[in-house]
Design a protein around this ligand. Structure first.
Ligand code: KIV
Ligand code: ZN
Length: 509
């Protein structure tokens, strides 16, 4: 069933990745990411945790019904009713997989589950058997495996394989492992399991000590053939092993590992961008493979070397992962055709209507900014991606602030074609303006996170504000773009409020 001469990549961006603090994706956003993961060539998409919420259930169901190619997995606790519900969510998939988990370490058994080892062993095997009534592919995860006594873990692995598990995942749940030790640990478990020929071993490493990718690769050395990972390495706490780093390490060091993946490398940059845009989690500039600096050379000696022979300082080719080497500057005289060419090179394929909108925004920006570069263009497109129907739109903003005056703001919004205005004070101009927005909309949000990025270069760079606004106990991500940072802040806040309103409307419908 499995080819042991390659590594299966199990993407958990939509499940563990969505557990990143502050990230919350709606059904359409999850479907869009799943479709991109299909293009990227991942073997398994973990679409979600259907029992976690009705929204999760719907997203998993939509992905199972619409995405073809990869196996569609969904996570479930080891409880019959949860397994039944999980099956309901994924049964429309071309190749469904039920992913059952139960913790195996003494710490989890004693304090969390209040179970003996014997009880855990029996429940794990029984629940795999239960899931097996529904589908051929059943994965079992022994949560906190890296802190489980090796003999007991081997017993659990043997029992769940006997019960029908096709994949046994041994996660480093708390990111405690060290590469050498973890690789040997995996090899030792496998050595002690007599029925190892009937399943493959997987791992799922967290990045608490910054070792998630190293531990995953060490596990491959120990015999694991499935790696669980997430685009941009997002996930609980410090995140999961990064998909793009694993894929590129296996590719670049093919001579060492001798194992392939199914990844279509040129989709890496686009996948990273999409996940960052939709989750609102920026990629750190020095992040391996997909960070903005990953292929830039600053030192003169390095630049000289690369110009003479690329391989002097580059071990990978930026074009391979879908990054364009060109960073052409467009200006106000550039036409729609050149603009579209650039979009295509950057990985954005827009329909005619979206292209017209994007081109109009580009022209507006080019009037204000002499040179429009790739960063600016990406920001414009993201603006469209983040767009929701705008019930509340900003018409006018005036703020005054300084060292010895109370910050005040006057805001005019259009709501259903009518204009409303209000004024307020605050600790600063952004707070004053947000208070005025609250009063007009009668929606009282709390700004829980605020990030300002300069997009593009120069003093006239665009300001991009990414905000997280808590409304009615839920977090909504907002994004605003303007050459004026106060305006970008208000637009970001309003974007979150519009998302809240839009979601409420859809729930009513
Ligand atoms: O970190 C972990 O152990 C998990 C499991 C549920 C696979 O996410
Ligand atoms: Zn995890």
């Amino acid at each position: 069933m499995f080819d042991r001469n390659r590594v299966y990549l199990f993407d958990t961006t939509l499940r563990d990745g969505e557990q990143s603090p502050g990230v919350s994706l709606n059904v359409e956003e999850k479907l869009e990411i799943a479709q991109q993961l299909e293009l990227l060539g991942v073997d398994i998409i973990e679409a979600g945790f259907p029992v976690a919420s009705p929204g999760d259930f719907k997203a998993v169901q939509a992905i199972a019904q619409k995405v073809r190619g990869p196996v569609i997995a969904a996570l479930t606790r080891s409880i019959p009713a949860d397994i039944d519900r999980t099956w309901e969510a994924i049964k429309g998939a071309e190749t469904p997989r039920i992913h059952v988990f139960l913790a195996s370490s003494d710490i989890h058994l004693k304090y969390k589950l209040k179970m003996s080892r014997e009880q855990m062993l029996q429940q794990a095997a029984a629940m795999v058997k239960y899931a097996k009534r529904y589908c051929e592919q059943v994965e079992f995860s022994a949560e906190d495996a890296s802190r489980t006594e090796v003999g007991f873990l081997a017993q659990v692995t043997t029992a769940v394989i006997d019960a029908g598990a096709t994949v046994v995942n041994l996660p480093d749940t708390v990111g405690y492992g060290l590469p050498e030790e973890f690789g040997q640990f995996i090899a030792e478990v496998m050595r002690r399991v007599p029925n190892m020929d009937k399943a493959i071993i997987s791992t799922h490493c967290h990045n608490d000590l910054g070792m998630a990718v190293a531990n995953s690769l060490a596990a491959v050395g120990g015999g694991a053939r499935q790696l669980e990972c997430a685009v941009n390495g997002i996930g609980e706490r410090a995140g999961n092993a990064s998909l793009e780093e694993i894929a590129m390490a296996l590719y670049t060091r093919q001579g060492y590992y001798g194992l392939n993946t199914n990844i279509r490398y040129h989709e890496i940059a686009r996948s990273s961008r999409l996940v960052s845009t939709l989750t609102g989690m920026p990629v750190q500039p020095n992040k391996a493979i997909v960070g903005a600096n990953a292929f830039l050379h600053e030192s003169g000696i390095h630049q000289d070397g690369v110009l003479k022979e690329r391989s002097t300082y580059e071990i990978m080719n930026a074009e391979l992962i879908g990054l364009s080497q060109k960073n052409l500057v467009l200006g106000k005289h550039s036409g729609r055709h050149a603009f579209n060419e650039r979009l295509l090179e950057l990985g954005f394929k827009l329909n005619d209507e979206d292209l017209s909108k994007a081109f109009a925004s580009f022209k507006e920006l080019a009037d204000r900014k002499k040179e429009v570069n790739d960063g600016d263009i990406e920001a414009l497109i993201k603006d469209q991606v983040w767009a929701v129907p705008e019930r509340y739109s900003l018409q006018y903003l005036h703020t005054s602030s300084g060292t010895s005056v109370i910050s005040t703001a006057t805001v005019v919004l259009t709501i259903d074609g009518m204009q409303f205005q209000n004024a307020s004070t605050g600790a600063g101009p952004v707070e004053a303006a947000c208070h005025a927005v609250d009063r007009i909309t009668d929606i009282y949000g709390k700004l829980v996170q605020y990030k300002l990025n300069a997009v593009g270069s120069g003093k006239d760079a665009l300001g991009e504000v990414l905000s997280q606004v808590s409304i009615g106990g839920r977090i909504y991500n907002g994004r605003g773009l303007s050459t004026n940072i106060i305006e970008a802040s208000v637009r970001s806040y309003l974007n979150a409020i519009n998302k809240y309103y839009y979601e409420k409307q859809r729930a009513k419908e």
